[in-house]
Design a protein around this ligand. Structure first.
Ligand code: NIG
Length: 394
């Protein structure tokens, strides 16, 4: 094994550190910079021309922290392209479509599920994502939830048990029995593999009492709370998530004044998933209102086969600026340090000494091009802990 070496990412035209003490504005911008990385961590932000054992010359390009994608459902089998086509022709999105993916996922072997999840993980790396949260929720038996989460532990530290995603067909009309099963046998089966617990609080999925029971049971086992809330209409989800001290409430498409006030007075992150609003033809949330109230905001892809089949954080950033009324700086922060806050990981989403060296080299002079040039693949290279991850090894 070779000893760690100091790697200098040199001749960075514009470096986003996300640390205002290191540079200009909320993004902590440093121009003509070099980033010194040692043993997978940032050790210094210097002027271009810094010396190290190895040099990566980025020739004036922009470097930003790797995207922290705090909401995905990467482990699944099957395809719901037909459902998407029907929606584009006017059919509404409903939680029940999840059962289609449950059927396909249960029928798939472990090797197949892992192959599919790895392909999506690699696609995410090519899109600049260096940290992924991955939920279960397409198994919905103790055995299938546990195996999906076990597979996910090979891809991320941030695995989330989402047994309360939808009521499976075999429990039709017996939602409370299913919730009891989730809180007992299923929780026992998944506990070794899950860092977080989540539930889908929505008409057609689970009500506030049922979600409270699930989250409370998981938290009593040491899992952190997260919640799908206010995706398809107004409801109690956001305030429930805040009350239970969830790290994040996700979707937040429909927000009342009381929801916004509760978020602003809490540590709970409001995570917007604009690609889901795009793919389900929902209205876009008004992120401006939430930001102006002082809440912490994240952006995530919500990669899943039903409501948002994308790994493109750049697309989410462009939507956030164009349609959620975020500034470009706010959207970049939400996709990096905001996602890190939603996962309670202060060492991620920033490029300052001691942070993990997760970074993206853009084929552009500025991060503004992510919005200015929508749909163009501007991620030139992605590094996780100082190692390149956007192309096959070797
Ligand atoms: O976050 N809303 C619930 N879960 C996913 C969608 C799942 C599906 O439709 O398969 C979401 O949008």
């Amino acid at each position: 094994m070779s000893a760690p070496r100091a790697v200098v990412v040199d001749r960075i035209g514009l470096l986003v550190t996300n640390d205002p003490t290191l540079g200009e504005g909320p993004l902590g911008i440093v121009r003509d910079a070099a980033l010194v990385v040692y043993d997978g961590r940032v050790v210094a932000v210097e002027r271009a021309g810094a010396v190290g054992d190895e040099r990566i010359d980025v020739d004036g390009r922009c470097v930003i922290p790797g995207f922290v994608d705090s909401h995905t459902h990467l482990v699944f089998a099957g395809d719901r392209g037909d459902e998407f086509v029907a929606r584009m022709a006017g059919a509404p999105y409903a939680a029940g479509g999840i059962r289609t993916t449950v059927e396909a996922t249960r029928a798939a072997g472990d090797d197949e599920l892992l192959r599919l999840a790895l392909a999506r993980r690699d696609e995410a790396a090519r899109a600049g994502i260096t940290t992924l949260e991955i939920k279960s929720g397409y198994g919905l038996t103790s055995h299938d939830e546990a195996r999906c989460l076990h597979l996910a532990t090979g891809l991320t530290d941030h695995t989330t048990f989402l047994g309360a995603h939808v009521v499976p067909a075999e429990f039709e009309g017996r939602t409370d029995d299913y919730v009891h099963h989730v809180c007992t046998d299923m929780l026992d089966a998944v506990a070794p593999h899950a860092r977080w617990i989540d539930a889908f609080c929505e008409v057609g999925a689970f009500d506030a009492d049922q979600c409270r029971a699930v989250l409370t049971a998981g938290m009593a086992r040491g899992m952190g709370g997260r919640l799908h809330a206010n995706q398809l209409g107004h409801g109690p989800g956001v305030r429930l998530g805040v009350e239970l001290g969830c790290a994040s409430v996700d979707h937040c498409t429909y927000l009342s004044d009381a929801d916004v006030e509760a978020l602003a007075a809490s540590d709970t992150v409001a995570t917007f998933l604009p690609a889901a609003d795009f793919s389900t033809r929902q209205p876009y949330p008004d992120a401006r209102r939430v930001l102006d109230a002082g809440a912490t905001v994240a952006l995530a892809t919500n990669c899943n086969p039903g409501s948002s089949y994308t790994t493109s954080m750049s697309f989410c950033i462009a939507l956030a600026v164009r349609d959620l009324r975020m500034t470009i700086d706010e959207a970049i922060r939400a996709a990096t340090v905001g996602g890190a806050a939603a996962l309670r990981r202060p060492d991620l989403g920033v490029l300052r000494p001691a942070a993990r060296a997760d970074l993206v080299v853009l084929d552009a002079p500025s991060y503004t091009h992510l919005v200015y040039r929508p749909g163009v693949p501007l991620v030139g290279a992605t590094y996780s802990a100082g190692l390149r991850i956007d192309r096959p090894a070797g």
